[in-house]
Design a protein around this ligand. Structure first.
Ligand SMILES: Cc1cc2nc3c(=O)[nH]c(=O)nc-3n(C[C@H](O)[C@H](O)[C@H](O)COP(=O)(O)OP(=O)(O)OC[C@H]3O[C@@H](n4cnc5c(N)ncnc54)[C@H](O)[C@@H]3O)c2cc1C
Length: 307
């Protein structure tokens, strides 16, 4: 407890008390509504505070985890030790020339809406992706033929040493649902999207169409992490799962969605353990039936519960 008091004091020297939560349930901060507690959940309000927290974690050799909007993560039932940092209070979005600049805690949906408001074309694909700007860069998020790689010009990041860098998009090595952000340990602070002048009505029509497609196909009425698996080369994950007769398969409160086989929903107060068990069951069944490895798109983090 002594060390935790010490950390609390150090964190509240950096940012105000309201930005430091102790023993916070992470199910309140993830789309799946799963997961144990974080020792500390910190929500800094300035880049200087982010920098100071990163440096503190390094000095004190305390574990440090970044949480975006929690829409592509499963936090295990044992929670996360050390500091979990969420940048949701850094959420400004503005226009400069034909660019949209967004802080990493802004929702990518809001960046897409801002581009519409400014009649700028290029971010329509992101209008229904429920992640933060930082999480979208990390994953090179994409939908309906568009992806972050197509529009990202540059990004401002902090390294795990606390150094501030301005990087061109090419330095992030963006590919299908990956980047080098995990390997480099970058903390994204800001993204500049290079867009083209367009017609607001046409941009809105595209966004409305994508929203209709999403709402009619995805089980948005239940908590989930979106598509659990990446698209395996030459196949569709959802179709393989459907053809394995897995739709509706349930372990505890977790269920393979009956609406979209690529989703696993938290139907009835599932635990993370049940959810993860169901993911593994789907992977092994599809492998057995079709010889295809389903690679997870969703990240699993945190610790197993103590028995
Ligand atoms: C209903 C639903 C639909 C979805 N549809 C799509 C879709 O169409 N296309 C798609 O690509 N994805 C989709 N997703 C998945 C998800 O929204 C994206 O992957 C999104 O980019 C994740 O962002 P996040 O902020 O929620 O990240 P989180 O889930 O919080 O975190 C994911 C990873 O990003 C890292 N991260 C977060 N913020 C930062 C930062 N500032 N700097 C560095 N690393 C950071 C975290 O450490 C973590 O490792 C969907 C999810 C749901 C629930």
């Amino acid at each position: 407890m002594g060390r935790n008091h010490h950390m609390y004091d150090k964190l509240t020297e950096i940012t105000s008390e309201k930005n430091v939560m102790v023993e916070e349930h992470l199910r309140n901060h993830t789309y799946t509504r799963l997961g144990g507690k974080a020792d500390f959940l910190v929500t800094p309000e300035t880049y200087e505070e982010v920098q100071a927290i990163v440096k503190l974690a390094k000095q004190e050799k305390i574990a440090f985890t970044l949480l975006g909007n929690g829409s592509n993560l499963i936090v295990k039932d044992g929670g996360i030790r050390g500091i979990v940092m969420n940048l949701k209070k850094l959420h400004s979005i503005w226009r400069e020339d034909d660019k949209i600049i967004a802080q990493s805690g802004a929702r990518i949906i809001d960046a897409s809406q801002h581009a519409l408001k400014e009649s700028l074309h290029g971010l329509e694909f992101a209008c229904g992706i429920p992640g933060s700007v930082g999480g979208a860069l990390y994953m090179n998020a994409g939908a309906y033929g568009g992806e972050i790689k197509d529009v990202l010009e540059s990004t401002k990041v902090i390294t795990r040493e606390g150094e501030l860098l301005l990087l061109p998009a090419a330095d992030l090595d963006l590919h299908y649902r990956t980047s080098n952000i995990p390997e480099k340990g970058y903390i994204v602070l800001e993204a500049t999207f290079s867009l083209r002048k367009g017609n607001a009505e046409e941009i809105k029509a595209v966004m409305d169409d994508l929203t209709f497609k999403r709402e009619s196909k995805q089980p948005l009425e239940y908590p989930s992490c979106g598509s659990v698996f990446k698209r395996p080369p030459g196949y569709f994950a959802g179709k393989l799962i459907q053809d394995s007769d897995l739709q509706g398969k349930q372990i505890g409160g977790a269920q393979v969605s009956t609406k979209h086989a690529g989703f696993i929903v938290n139907k009835d107060n599932a635990t993370a353990t049940e959810y993860i068990e169901l993911i593994r069951f789907v992977q092994s069944t599809v492998k057995e039936k079709f010889g295809v490895n389903l690679e997870r798109e969703v990240r699993i983090i945190g610790e197993d519960p103590i028995e």
